[in-house]
Ligand binder design. Structure first.
Ligand SMILES: CC(C)(COP(=O)(O)OP(=O)(O)OC[C@H]1O[C@@H](n2cnc3c(N)ncnc32)[C@H](O)[C@@H]1OP(=O)(O)O)[C@@H](O)C(=O)NCCC(=O)NCCS
Length: 333
């Protein structure tokens, strides 16, 4: 048994925040943001939009595009860096909101920018083993409410956006032209503190929420941007090369690459290093910013809709993020 991506669905909040809009919140400029990251705008949630509501929209779109009923799905994987509640994870909430008749299992994964790749590999392994036939993999992220939107947090808050994206993984025969081929995943927890949100934490004996916590800088995400950048441009090509080597695939055989959308300069360097020409990739970063676990399914959805990726194409996904975690997937779309 093998698995393939049957369909995708996305949701982006209605509210669009341009670089110009950010200029009124902090000391930044449209020019700086575009030059350093390639981002022009991003979407931020409004009152009532939650990781669950966005995940539900994206999942319903993927289900509809697949032409299946929700009860044809027998496993849910939800991935997000931040969920609606500390516990339970949003996976079970999604299981409920989609209206399954059965008590289908729901797994939550937390692997930041590689959350989608880790989840995809789990879905693939389960389908290959015969344990499940159709798995919904859904990513949903809200960053806008957890960032310091003053000048102090400008190196992070201009980069991230909110979104959801989902895909349906289904079982196919080994002879199927369309199938997931392999994955290579890595982690290096030694560098966890290079991109991290430390607080509130249960390890604080004053209590997870205590007097004065609002004045602590650790309640905002921290990133050592240059260090993350250097590792991203090194690790992604390494993962791609290792995956290709393992599967006896030449980099030149790959029809299309979808890279995590964190920074256009990172992606240009990664693809240049791998000798992949610009026409073999697609970016959505300019309009959505970095939506962590959502970036790959979001960009895949758009590339497929625009006819850039067709059934049977040899496609690679590659991502890097907080943890550090990184990896790559190879598939015949
Ligand atoms: C964050 C990032 C865009 C910064 O770009 P950079 O070229 O490294 O910029 P620098 O850190 O050298 O900062 C240059 C200057 O711009 C300033 N700056 C930072 N953010 C700014 C902003 N939003 N607007 C204006 N100026 C800003 C800095 O304070 C610094 O000023 P200084 O020279 O007076 O100290 C870049 O490091 C990056 O993309 N890192 C990886 C991010 C990433 O991929 N994260 C997610 C991984 S999944």
């Amino acid at each position: 048994m093998r698995s393939r991506i049957l369909s995708t669905g996305i949701y982006t909040p209605k509210k669009v925040v341009t670089n110009k809009d950010l200029e009124s919140m902090m000391d930044t400029s449209d020019e700086w943001i575009q030059q350093r990251s390639g981002i022009e705008k991003r979407h931020w949630v409004s009152e009532g939009e939650t990781t669950l509501s966005m995940a539900t929209h994206a999942s319903k779109e993927a289900i509809e595009k697949a032409g299946i009923d929700v009860d044809d799905i027998d496993m849910v994987i939800f991935t997000s860096l931040m969920t609606d509640y500390i516990f339970p994870g949003t996976g079970v909430l999604l299981q409920d909101s989609l209206g399954f008749k059965e008590h289908v299992p729901a797994l939550d994964t937390r692997n930041q920018c590689t959350g989608f790749l880790y989840s995809l590999s789990v879905a693939d392994a389960w389908v290959r083993s015969g344990m499940y036939k159709r798995v919904l993999v859904c990513a949903s992220e809200i960053h806008s409410t957890s960032m310091d939107k003053t000048t102090n947090g400008r190196d992070i808050s201009v980069l991230f956006g909110d979104a959801a994206a989902a895909c349906i993984i289904e079982a196919v025969d080994e002879s199927s032209e369309s199938q997931l081929i392999d994955h290579k995943l890595y982690s290096q927890g030694k560098h966890a503190d290079k991109l991290i949100l430390k607080k509130p934490t249960p390890n604080d004996l004053r209590g997870r929420i205590h007097e004065g916590i609002l004045d602590e800088s650790d309640i905002w995400p921290y990133m050592d941007g240059k260090f993350v950048f250097k590792n991203a441009v090194t690790r992604m090509p390494q993962a791609m090369k290792a995956l290709c080597e393992k599967n006896s695939v030449q980099l030149s055989d790959i029809d299309f690459v979808i890279a995590h959308q964190a920074n256009l300069r990172i992606n240009n360097m990664v693809l240049e290093h791998l000798g992949i020409p610009p026409e073999k990739t697609h970016n959505t970063l300019d309009r959505y910013g970095n939506t962590t676990a959502c970036t790959i399914p979001l960009t895949l959805d758009e590339a497929v809709r625009e006819g850039k990726i067709k059934r049977g194409d040899l496609v690679a996904f590659v991502a890097f993020g907080s943890g550090f975690t990184w990896g790559a997937s190879l598939l015949r779309y």
